[in-house]
Design a protein around this ligand. Structure first.
Ligand code: FAD
Length: 333
């Protein structure tokens, strides 16, 4: 265990670009590395990823583990986990961080199990105390925070929720060491292969995870048809449409739009909550938004405790007025 050193961040790519959450995790990794006097390393796996090394040279990264091969063009648990497991055994990091995305949630447990170490999922804060990584996550339906440590095994592994940590700021360029990781995988031996990719019909839904503006609707919207009122405001603002779990459970909107503890954590510049009461499980997913606007007919709704601007009234009256006013204003600009 004494040999374990350095903090590794697994970098995820989406549609040939680096996912924003990677820079959020790097920001935190740099903070932790200062405390523990360790290096920050990133791990790049993919088919055409060496071009991204340049991006990391502006973020104070000490070392890049680069594994590039056409076989890694499509994510497969089998290939990615086997490369990472070998790499970890060779270079024995102390801490290994993944994004809590679909890919990270699939990959990290496989690696933790193979290395017989612990993994904390969905962390919202990380710190180092007495040489251990303190991994904070919500428990019991979001009502409590638990600090979890892994004192006996290494590496210490965590997945980190997108949009909860400050992004690493670009710095002066440095020259990270690049370790080219050889790949020794026989494609004929793989148990799985991607034969075809089929886009699902949700492609017309603007994703909420990296949206600048989100207009969200809750149970107060009343029906699937009424979500048109929310859609119209979102359309004028070029915003994504979000929802509370109550609206998702009612079948009014897709689960991919759910904001909150068991949905997506978002951090837009503007979050407009319509007909949403503001329970802890919802707030956990949107309270770091830069400006929160709440529309609710109940003046005592808890959402008003966290919002920057609150409007008490019926959203069916207020939202169309807002949509029209914004349409007019934006057409003049
Ligand atoms: C383990 C667990 C995980 C959960 N995860 C999530 C999660 O990820 N996200 C999430 O959102 N919830 C989550 N929940 C559910 C959460 O506890 C609440 O049930 C849910 O957030 C309530 O949604 P809501 O605010 O839309 O509904 P309600 O609490 O019913 O609030 C509806 C609001 O609409 C207002 N309203 C009604 N009519 C109008 C009108 N015409 N105009 C204006 N306002 C109106 C009412 O005043 C009320 O405040 C979770 C719960 C559990 C137990």
């Amino acid at each position: 265990m004494a040999d374990n050193k350095d903090i590794w961040v697994f970098i995820e790519f989406k549609k040939n670009s680096i996912r924003g959450v990677s820079f959020e995790i790097i920001g935190k990794a740099k903070e932790l590395a200062k405390k523990s006097n360790e290096k920050v390393c990133v791990v790049l796996l993919g088919s055409n990823v060496s071009k991204f090394c340049e991006d990391f040279s502006y973020h104070g990264i000490d070392r890049i583990y680069l594994c590039e091969d056409s076989i890694l063009g499509e994510y497969l648990t089998e290939t990615f986990s086997s490369i990472l497991i070998n790499l970890i055994k060779e270079y024995i990091p102390s801490i290994l961080l993944f994004p809590a995305t679909k890919l990270g949630r699939d990959l990290a447990p496989r690696i933790a199990a193979a290395l017989e170490t612990g993994l904390t999922a969905d962390c919202i804060e990380l710190d180092i105390q007495d040489g251990n990584l303190v991994q904070t996550r919500t428990v019991y339906g979001g009502n409590y925070l638990a600090d979890i440590i892994c004192p006996k095994n290494r590496p210490q592994m965590a997945t980190v929720r997108p949009n909860v940590m400050e992004r690493s700021e670009a710095l002066e360029k440095n020259q990270p060491e690049i370790i080219n990781v050889p790949i020794d995988i026989d494609p004929n031996q793989l148990k799985t292969k991607v034969t075809e990719k089929i886009e699902t019909t949700v492609i017309d839904i603007k994703p909420i995870d990296e949206a600048d503006v989100i207009v969200s609707g809750g149970r107060g919207i009343g029906s699937k048809e009424n979500f048109k009122i929310i859609d119209e405001l979102a359309g004028v603002l070029n915003a994504a449409v979000g929802a509370s779990r109550a609206a998702v459970d009612a079948g009014w909107i897709s689960k991919s739009c759910q904001v909150g503890q068991s949905g997506t954590v978002v951090c837009p510049n503007i979050y407009i909550a319509c007909g949403i009461s503001g329970t802890t499980q919802h707030l956990v997913g949107m309270k770091s938004s830069k400006k929160i606007i709440a529309i609710n007919k109940d003046p005592n709704a808890p959402i008003f405790d966290v919002c920057d601007y609150g409007i008490v009234g019926d959203y069916k009256v207020i939202v169309p007025l807002l949509t029209e006013a914004l349409k007019e204003k934006l057409s003049q600009d």
